[in-house]
Design a protein around this ligand. Structure first.
Ligand code: PRT
Ligand code: MG
Length: 218
């Protein structure tokens, strides 16, 4: 059995065409079903639904053989738990967005940075934020949040946030502006290294079909 870990929402939806290219069809809609294990048209392939941030954990420890997760999630996971056991063969170019720094439209970020002010930065992505501001030589107090980062500058909890942006609509609706582009983000295929050896015969064709679908769409 090959077990594929996906999170509900954009990653699930955007992985479906790649699965189709590998001849795999998920037989239930996660938005309608309450099942956490979804069968596919192949008796030897199943999908498990997990939180986006749990995908690397499932794959690393063998709860799943393969998974799909954002580069953001991978960097944060590896900063906390190290890099063993996860093979990352492909950038799937799906669920694309960017990691950015945003502040209130009336906050003078450039001057605060130039004057060496200590910035209070709220984020879910503490490893990425720490590394980014350290590389710029900016002193920050990091405030860890688990969601709705946009609220932090509006309530005075923080001067700035580090968050994912795709259309920019969420920032705009909350009178925030992007002041730094930290990195582009897309989702990666992650594979359990032991599974790659032991289940090579069934895993390789799936990885190869994904890779081929990517070059065709590029
Ligand atoms: O939601 P949950 O806490 O379970 O986990 P999650 O937020 O990590 O999962 P999910 O499914 O929301 O996101 C999965 C992955 O999709 C992320 O790890 C990213 O790699 C990728 N992705 C792509 C995004 C976005 N685009 C995105 N726009 N993840 C989140 N957002 C959020 C962003 O945080 C902000 O709140 O959407 C809002 C901004 O969107 P715009 O379009 O208004 O700019
Ligand atoms: Mg989310």
């Amino acid at each position: 059995m090959i077990t594929l870990a996906l999170s509900k929402g954009r990653i699930f939806q955007e992985t479906l065409p790649l699965l189709a290219a590998a001849g795999i069809e998920v037989l239930e809609d996660p938005e309608k079903s309450r099942k956490l294990i979804l069968p596919t048209n192949r008796a030897d392939v199943q999908v498990v639904l997990v939180r986006a941030s749990d995908v690397p954990t499932y794959v690393e420890y063998g709860g799943a053989d393969v998974g799909v997760c954002g580069k953001d999630t991978l960097i944060e996971h590896q900063a906390e738990w190290g890099t063993h056991g996860l093979y990352q063969p492909l950038d799937l170019q799906i669920a694309r967005c960017r990691m950015s720094v945003a502040v209130r439209a009336d906050f003078d970020y450039a001057t605060a940075v130039r004057q060496g002010a200590r910035l209070a930065v709220a984020t879910k992505y503490t490893a990425i934020a720490r590394e980014f501001f350290a590389s710029k030589g900016v002193h920050v107090d990091l405030i860890k949040l688990y969601g709705s980062m946009e609220l932090a500058p509006l309530t005075g909890l923080a001067d700035a946030i580090v968050d994912l942006v795709s259309t920019g609509n969420t920032l705009k609706a909350n009178h925030l502006v992007e002041v730094e582009h930290i990195m582009d983000i897309s989702s990666r295929l992650v594979v359990n290294q032991a599974a790659l050896k032991v289940k090579q015969a069934s895993l390789r064709p799936i990885i190869d079909a994904f890779a081929k679908a990517l070059t065709v769409s590029a």
